[in-house]
Design a protein around this ligand. Structure first.
Ligand SMILES: *Cc1c(COP(=O)(O)O)cnc(C)c1O
Length: 455
């Protein structure tokens, strides 16, 4: 066999590597962490058996070779048969928006990491959230959401959904009993983040799933309620909501899955039965992940996720302890702090791939002040001190970066929630969000200490 591309399919592959075939429930001889480096090793999605790293594709459209092959490609698209794509062969790629190798390979690995049946990627976290919900609701339906969430998701719910007659109700899901009271016959989706952005409150996923399961028993199949969890803060390294009964997980790949802050992206992970509609949604609404962005997450982001998170959360634990013992702190929310009221729940549901406690890299803290205004002023001073003088802490929105980032949710990421609502919902005027990076812990603490000394 010479270098004839037509014979690529029959190229003999090394036997030793072939048995590495992973199930999405994570069962295989190798750990999830290792799988996120190699993926399926060999895949029908693309033949790159001579590359160590999958090549990056830059082809918006694909050669179809014959009318029959072209027609077959359109038959196969969004036609998932349980266990296999319909053609049982290498997929027929048609056009980037329908699917291409870089996204497909990334999707395989994300589905594996989250223990889902399938994954479809989108151009951003917001693209993924819109698709996950847009797929499940029609006018007249209701989305029931936790009262606090990322500002743009809140605006999607309060600015846009009312225009399409999709009702959104908010409830405090930190106490799952409130969900029971809030469900109506119109409810189709229960939506929340855990840990919640920015307060790091935790929501008990299995307690929510128990209530929804009980309610669903009384309902016809078409009216079943689905649970969507935004797992961006935890990442699949720290928590896999599907294992606790969630139906769908959404991600902003822009954050800790991407990890380096170079690319915007999003993903929905869910049951295989949802794949076709998600693919059609992406095809027709068009929020398609760029190939370069997919490649970065595939080649740099996911393979380093576990290593980055382990280091970040060790640092976060020490930073949280430093802040919690600082006289100018009102309170510090970090799932790893033993003194924190939700620590037991954190220990129950935040676990890494090997079952170790994994409290993550995000910290929320509130500086003291005798009044909301005072507290807000001090937070502002602290942020300005850090922005001006800290070497290891950058004032910037976004999170899950190799660099430590700080921001003021009240005036930045959560500004879409009106100030009076923020206080009612529990976002403190003096609250700040810290995303821990890979710097040495003593350097971060030194910068924080110096900035705190001057407020
Ligand atoms: C950033 C973020 C999003 C939105 O993701 P983008 O990639 O910026 O669209 C959604 N949810 C959470 C929790 C986030 O932090």
């Amino acid at each position: 066999m010479k270098d004839n591309p037509k014979s690529a399919k029959t190229t003999r592959r090394p036997k030793a590597i072939r048995p590495v075939c992973t199930q999405n429930d994570g069962s295989s001889n190798y750990s999830t962490e290792t799988h996120l480096i190699y993926g399926k090793a060999f895949t029908e999605k693309w033949d790159y058996s001579h590359h160590l790293v999958p090549p990056i594709t830059a082809s918006a459209t694909f050669r179809l070779e014959s009318a029959q092959r072209g027609a077959q490609g359109f038959v196969d698209f969004a036609h998932t048969v349980e266990g296999k794509e319909i053609s049982k062969q290498a997929p027929i790629y048609i056009y980037d928006r329908l699917g291409e190798p870089n996204k497909d390979l990334l999707e395989d690995n994300l589905a594996l990491a989250e223990r889902g049946g399938t994954c479809v990627t989108f151009s951003s976290g917001m693209g993924a959230i819109s698709a996950a919900i847009g797929n499940l609701v029609v006018p007249g339906d209701q989305v029931l959401a936790h009262k606090i969430m990322y500002g743009c998701t809140y605006e999607l719910f309060t600015l846009w959904y009312p225009r399409y007659q999709i009702d959104v109700k908010f409830a405090d899901l930190v106490n799952p009993v409130n969900l029971k009271k809030a469900i109506t016959p119109a409810t189709r989706v229960v939506y929340f983040e855990t840990p919640v952005n920015p307060t790091l409150d935790l929501i008990d996923i299995s307690a929510i799933a128990d209530i929804v399961r009980e309610e669903n028993r009384k309902r016809k199949k078409a009216n079943q309620i689905k649970i969507i969890v935004d797992n961006t803060f935890a990442t699949p390294f720290c928590q896999r909501p599907i294992e606790y009964g969630a139906d769908f997980v959404v991600h902003s790949l822009t954050k800790n899955i991407g990890g380096f802050g170079t690319d915007v992206g999003g993903a929905v992970i869910g049951p295989l039965s949802s794949r076709d509609m998600l693919l059609l949604y992406r095809k027709d609404y068009g929020a398609v992940l760029g190939t370069k962005n997919a490649w970065d997450a595939l080649v740099y982001g996911l393979p380093t996720l576990a290593t980055r998170l382990r280091s970040q959360q060790e640092t976060a634990s020490r930073v949280a302890m430093f802040l919690a013992s600082h006289p100018k702190m009102e309170r510090v929310n970090y799932p790893g702090l033993e003194s924190w009221r939700q620590h037991p729940l954190a220990k129950k549901q935040m676990r890494d791939f090997d079952g170790n406690f994994a409290p993550g890299s995000m910290i929320y803290f509130v500086v003291k002040g005798n009044s909301p205004d005072k507290s807000r002023c001090r937070a502002e001073r602290l942020i300005n001190n850090l922005a001006k003088d800290a070497y290891t802490i950058t004032l910037a929105v976004s999170l899950g970066n190799i660099r430590t980032l700080v921001e003021h949710p009240g005036s930045m990421t959560h500004a879409a929630i009106p100030a009076t609502e923020q206080i009612k919902k529990g976002i403190d005027p003096g609250g700040m969000r810290l995303s821990i990076g890979l710097e040495k812990v003593d350097d971060i603490i030194r910068d924080l200490k110096e900035a705190l000394d001057r407020i």
